[in-house]
Ligand binder design. Structure first.
Ligand SMILES: Cc1cc2nc3c(=O)[nH]c(=O)nc-3n(C[C@H](O)[C@H](O)[C@H](O)COP(=O)(O)OP(=O)(O)OC[C@H]3O[C@@H](n4cnc5c(N)ncnc54)[C@H](O)[C@@H]3O)c2cc1C
Length: 451
C-alpha cells in the first residue's frame, strides 16, 4: 500500500521472495520528476543522509552514482556548509560525512525507474486502498477503489499472502485493522507543532557554489527557528525555514524573506534579499514524531507489516525519513533471508522497528526538550538524565573538536550507533577536554586541515 520510497523499496525486496508483488498507489506517477499530491512534502528540502545512501546502494547497486550523474549535489559536512547549532558556528573542518541534496522528486523517480523495471512487480496507479480483508488472525488482502472521473464507487478486493503498509504518515491502517477485529496499535507521539515553508531560488550573488555550498541553522530549545539553504540538481537552491506552533514560517512571499531575520545571524536574510525567487512559497504542517508499536504483544494478524512513515515518522528537521525507509528495506531483506530464524510477521516487524530506533531516539529525544512539545512520549525518564548530562558536554564540543564532531556526525547520519559517542577517544575529549574555540562569526571559508 503506497508506491513512494518505502513501498517501492519493500516491493523490490519482496520480489526476491514472491512470484508477484503489486504496488497500489493513489496517485498516477509523473513521467518526469515532479511533485505529486500523495507526497506533498516533496516541495521541501529532502537531504539523504549517508546511512540512507549506503542502504540504497546496497539495495540497488550503483544507485548513488546514478543519482550523482543525474546532478544531485554532494555536500560535505562540516567543510562545505556554514552551520550554526547550539549557539556555535561549526569549524569548516574537512568533511567526515556527505549529504545528498538533490530534489525529493528526482530521487523518487530514479528509485521508481529501477524498481519497476522488475517484471515481478506490478503497479496499480490512481487507486486508493480503502481497507483490509481477512480477520484478526490473518490479513488476506486489501480493498481497493479506483480514483478519478468516470470510475464507479465500487470496491474490489485484491488477495495477498502479505500486505505491507507503506502509505506514509497519514496511514489509516489503525482503522482498517480494527475493522477486521485486530487490536488497536499503541501510538507514541511527540509534536512540537513544527511547520515548514520552502521556496526555490537562484543564487545571483555568487556567494554559494564554490567556497560554501549551503547554509544551515539548526533549531534548539532556546533558539527555535531553523533555516537551510542547499543546492538542487539543476544549480538552483532550496531555502527552507522551520518554526514552532504559533510562530510558523509564512507562505506569503514578502513575509517569507523577513522571517529569516529571526535566525541568530543575518547571513541567510542577506543572501535571500539578493537571490532570485523561482517558485511560490510552499508550506507544510503535520510534522509530529509518531511511532506505531506493532512490535508489542497483542492480537495482531499475521500477514501484515508496516514500514517507512506508516510505521515511524519523524520531525523532518533531522532529515531522516528517507534514510530510514531505505534502511528498513535492508532490514526486511535481512530478516526474510536469515537462515537461522523463521520470518514470522512479528519477528520481521520487530526488525523493521529496530531499523528506525536510532532515528527515533535522536528526533524524539531532541523534541522532548522543545518548548510546547505535546504528546504521550514527551516525558523524560530518570535513566535518560545522566545521558543528557553527557550529551550536553558533547554539544559544547562538536562544533570545534574534530574527534567529537566526527563521532557526532556519524551518529546523526545513521552510519554509526549512538555508542560511537562513548568510544574511548571521544569520551576522553567529552569528559576531560576543554570546550574548544569556535568561530565568532559565520566562517565563510573552509579550513584546510583537521587540526
Ligand atoms: C516537510 C518534510 C521534510 C522532510 N525532509 C526530509 C529530509 O530532509 N530527509 C529525509 O530523509 N526525509 C525527509 N522527510 C521525510 C520523508 O518525506 C519521508 O520519511 C519519506 O517520504 C517516507 O516515505 P514513505 O514511502 O514511507 O511515505 P510517503 O513518501 O509519504 O509516501 C506514501 C505513499 O502512499 C500513497 N498512499 C497514501 N495513502 C494511500 C492509500 N490509501 N492507497 C494507496 N496509496 C496511498 C501516497 O500517495 C504516497 O505515494 C521530510 C518530511 C517532511 C514532511
Amino acid at each position: 500500500m503506497g508506491g513512494s520510497l518505502a513501498g517501492l523499496l519493500a516491493a523490490h525486496v519482496l520480489a526476491e521472495h514472491a512470484d508477484q508483488v503489486t504496488v497500489v498507489e493513489r496517485d498516477r506517477f509523473p513521467e518526469e520528476p515532479g511533485p505529486r499530491p500523495g507526497v506533498p512534502q516533496s516541495r521541501h528540502l529532502h537531504v539523504l543522509l549517508e546511512g540512507g545512501q549506503q542502504a540504497l546502494d546496497s539495495l540497488l547497486p550503483g544507485f548513488m552514482d546514478e543519482l550523482r550523474a543525474a546532478g544531485a549535489p554532494r555536500v560535505g559536512m562540516p567543510s562545505d556548509m556554514v552551520q550554526w547549532q547550539d549557539g556555535r558556528w561549526f569549524r569548516r573542518l574537512p568533511a567526515t560525512t556527505h549529504l545528498s541534496t538533490g530534489s525529493r522528486a528526482q530521487l523518487e523517480q530514479l528509485v521508481r525507474r529501477r524498481v519497476l523495471a522488475n517484471p515481478a512487480i506490478t503497479v496499480v496507479e490512481a487507486t486508493n486502498v480503502v481497507g483490509l480483508s481477512g480477520d484478526a488472525s490473518r490479513v488476506r488482502g486489501v480493498l481497493l477503489r479506483e480514483r478519478g472521473e468516470g470510475t464507479g464507487q465500487e470496491e474490489r478486493s485484491l488477495e495477498a499472502d502479505l500486505v505491507v503498509d507503506a502509505s506514509g504518515r497519514g496511514t489509516k491502517a489503525a482503522q482498517w485493522l480494527s475493522a477486521v477485529g485486530a487490536e488497536a496499535v499503541y501510538e507514541e507521539s511527540i509534536d512540537t507543532g513544527l511547520a515548514y515553508a520552502s521556496r526555490v531560488y537562484r543564487d545571483t550573488s555568487g556567494s554559494l557554489g564554490t567556497e560554501s555550498l549551503g547554509y544551515y541553522v539548526v533549531p534548539n530549545p532556546s533558539q527555535v527557528y531553523g533555516g537551510v539553504v542547499l543546492p538542487l540538481e539543476d544549480g538552483r537552491y532550496l531555502a527552507t525555514f522551520s518554526g514552532l506552533r504559533g510562530d510558523e514560517p509564512p507562505t506569503d512571499e514578502e513575509e517569507f524573506v523577513a522571517y529569516a531575520k529571526r535566525l541568530p545571524h543575518p547571513f541567510v536574510h542577506r543572501w535571500l534579499r539578493t537571490a532570485e525567487p523561482q517558485s511560490p512559497v510552499f508550506g507544510f504542517r503535520q510534522t509530529a514524531n509518531v511511532r506505531r508499536r506493532y512490535d508489542l504483544p497483542g492480537r495482531r494478524p499475521a500477514g501484515f507489516l508496516a514500514i517507512g512513515d506508516a510505521l515511524c515518522t519523524f520531525n523532518p528537521v533531522y532529515g531522516q525519513g528517507m534514510a530510514v525507509a531505505a534502511m528498513s528495506a535492508v532490514a526486511l531483506r535481512d530478516a526474510l533471508s536469515d537462515p537461522r530464524r523463521t520470518p514470522t510477521t512479528r519477528r520481521v516487524q520487530q526488525a523493521l522497528l529496530a531499523a528506525s530506533r536510532q532515528a527515533w531516539d535522536i528526533s524524539a529525544g531532541a523534541d522532548k526538550a522543545m518548548p510546547g512539545a505535546i504528546g504521550n512520549a514527551v516525558t523524560t525518564r530518570a535513566v535518560e538524565r545522566p545521558v543528557g548530562w553527557y550529551l550536553r558536554r558533547v554539544q559544547e564540543r562538536y562544533a570545534g573538536d574534530p574527534v567529537v564532531g566526527q563521532a557526532f556526525r556519524s551518529v546523526l547520519s545513521l552510519t554509526a550507533p549512538v555508542t560511537a559517542l562513548f568510544a574511548p577517544n571521544v569520551a576522553r575529549a567529552v569528559l576531560f577536554g576543554p570546550v574548544p574555540a569556535t568561530p565568532a562569526e559565520p566562517p565563510m571559508a573552509r579550513e584546510e586541515t583537521g587540526i
